[in-house]
Design a protein around this ligand. Structure first.
Ligand SMILES: [Ca+2]
Ligand SMILES: [Ca+2]
Ligand SMILES: [Ca+2]
Length: 270
């Protein structure tokens, strides 16, 4: 009887937790930390070894088709947000390809973008495809005012190249955003909402791939990016290594149990 009661109570608690997580999906499932950079990346459109992975948080629940990282720096009293996007499954140069990064600078959500919400769009791998939008309360409108000049307020570089995350050639995009004016998006103490969408025109069947999912025009669903003065804790790096090591040990053990002769042969070849 007592056990039945405990099971019922556990299920009830799980339901409450699930509904809470659903109600605040962005913060519960997509929150990540924007750490101050140890290595300031070079915005040249290539991801070189040691440039991004050791000192940036891994946003949770990313799709397997793309990578996304952020960190910030403040050289010469200016604060910059650094962004990396890698679209692993796109290696074709199409006029219709695009990337969109959205920020809700006031983190006030909403079912449609408001005036403090900004969308950076990079389309067709060309400076002609650079556009900035701000929210109107019901949708997006092109922004051509001050503070969004390409090359000054926003630097974007990309290449078809390999990276430490994938040895298959794919699009690698780096952005550097000056935190001023409409881009009130980074640095310690800032906690804007953020979303990302990528599109490969050669693979229209895959559609617009967004993170968080189905969130491009709905700030309520965007992820919470929390800025901190801190560098990434060493413990996180150590935990990643432990997790990878555990995975390797478990995988190795399973392989050994399933295919002892194959493992033996592999050792003999060494
Ligand atoms: Ca670079
Ligand atoms: Ca493409
Ligand atoms: Ca907003």
């Amino acid at each position: 009887m007592k056990r039945t009661y405990l099971v019922t109570l556990s299920i009830a608690l799980l339901c409450i937790l699930s509904s809470t997580a659903f109600a605040s999906a962005a913060s519960a499932e997509y929150g990540f930390t924007n750490y101050q950079a140890i290595t300031v990346p070079t915005t040249d459109g290539t991801h070189t070894t040691g440039e991004w992975l050791a000192d940036s948080d891994v946003p949770p629940n990313l799709l397997t088709t793309f990578a996304f990282r952020e960190k910030w720096s403040y050289p010469e009293s200016k604060i910059y947000l650094h962004v990396l996007i890698e679209f692993f499954t796109d290696n074709t140069n199409d006029a219709g390809d695009y990337y969109q990064v959205c920020y809700d600078c006031s983190a006030d959500g909403g079912t449609a973008p408001k005036s403090d919400d900004v969308k950076i769009e990079w389309k067709g791998h060309s400076t002609a495809g650079y556009k900035i939008y701000t929210g109107t309360g019901t949708g997006w409108a092109a922004y051509t005012g001050a503070g969004a000049v390409l090359g000054t307020d926003v630097v974007i570089a990309e290449s078809l190249s390999t990276s430490p995350l994938s040895s298959t050639t794919h699009w690698v995009v780096e952005m550097k955003i000056y935190r001023s004016g409409i881009f009130d998006v980074s640095g310690a103490g800032y906690a804007p909402l953020v979303s990302l969408a990528v599109y490969d025109a050669s693979n229209s069947a895959a559609g617009i791939q967004a993170w968080p999912s189905n969130s491009v025009d709905k700030p309520d669903n965007w992820a919470v990016e929390t800025g901190t003065m801190d560098n990434i804790p060493e413990s996180l790096t150590v935990l990643s290594v432990i997790a990878l090591s555990t995975f390797a040990i478990v995988t190795g053990t399973v392989l050994l149990r399933k295919h002892p002769s194959a493992i033996g042969k592999a050792f003999k070849q060494l």
